[in-house]
Design a protein around this ligand. Sequence first.
Ligand code: HEM
Length: 453
Amino acid sequence: MQPPRVVGHVPLVGNLYAMRNAPIDTIMRTLRERGDLTRAEFPGVAGYFLFHPDHVRAVLVDHARHVSKDTPGFVALRLLLGNGLVTSDGAFWLRQRRIAQPAFHRAKIFALGARMVALAERTAGEWESAARAGSTVDVAESMMRLTLRIVADTMLGADVDRDAAGVGQAIGHLLHDLNDRIVRPWLPPVSWPTLRNKRFREAKDTVARVVDDAIATKRRSPDAPGGEFLRMLIDARDEESGEAMTDQQLRDEVVTIFGAGHETTANLLAWTWSWLSRAPHVRRALRAELDAVLGDRAATADDYPRLPYTRMVLSEALRLSPPVWFISRRLEAPLRVGAHTLQSGALVFLSPYATQRHPAFWENPEGFDPERFAEGASAQRPTLAYFPFGAGPRKCIGETFALVEATLILATLARRFEPDLLPGHVPVAEPVITLRPRGGLPMRMRAVGARSA
Ligand code: HEM
């Protein structure tokens, strides 16, 4: 017997329209109405949606050696990220991961804390002007700019405001475009001379220019502050052959870190502000922790373990609004799931968004409640009922970077500002590879509490 179908199936195109027009609604209805294992059809491709934490473990952990990233989503992403860490597979991926891993060591990330806070203070200055002028701020855009500044400074040693104008918009444009290519497979390939492809290439060139400049600058002055990650990639040598990365490899890794390292954290923070604005008691508890731990002084990386409630707020925002809401793999060997054997070659789709709202594992799944992440509270849940950073060998390499960065940013801004959603504005999630608030997040900026030095 076959598993039930994903909802919204129509002849010829299968589930393509449903997933293109209302992806979130489609996966949530499928989970509610059809259960944990369902089959989906797209033109020329079949696949399975798996929602149960045991299935997540089966795909990402137990069967990790027998799945690949040969899926439409990753094929499209390769147009931007080349063969970098997110998109590569097999022995090549493993070698690159080993090279990159030391740069993400906890102590190295903590050492970047002061620069993260300094850049968050710059945003605080911008918010203060807006609060004084009584104007609204697009908080999604503001967080995107801040995390871009941070990844550019700490990882590449570049100043986006000075040297890399336009790179944020270029990445945003590319992600939108790539998402379209995934859900509209009939679009002309990128090599064809269409207007759309011309704009795609221009945006890609903008990113490549910034990255090439950063690489050239670091090669000229390797000891200049900033850009530690880039220096490590430039210096890395293959253990066996002693060879350095080719320029192309270097560029792919840098674009990957640049893209993966800011867009996701920016969306997490944007959603966090939006949830806080709708949960005044959580906002009060957060302020109370920040006042008690920080008082009037600026946050430092050493405060990270001292801010448990701040981290719980972020964990809950990651549960309800996971920036990576959908993960795909191709099975390279059959996989047994319950009573079903999924054939080699099939696509499998997992969704942190759906599993993190699975009613069997989460009480009041739509409610924003950071207490779910209080010490000891997760003991009743299967570990992979929650996987905003993925799991297994392909788990996010930047998890600590993202959590330290988001905690320091939230701590810096939340004790001085309470952004409020505009009356009547209900943020809508737009899944464009990452989960963004559609049309940005305009918020009224209100200054509160202490100013730091
Ligand atoms: C809240 C922020 C973030 C979230 C939610 C997130 C989420 C994820 C997820 C779910 C994966 C696994 C994808 C899969 O299995 O197909 C992943 C992989 C990855 N992430 Fe993140 N990420 C975040 C921040 C970052 C940051 C800050 C960096 C770098 C500075 C980063 C770099 C990467 C890389 C390089 C991979 C590929 C790892 C590999 O396959 O070896 N991410 N991320």
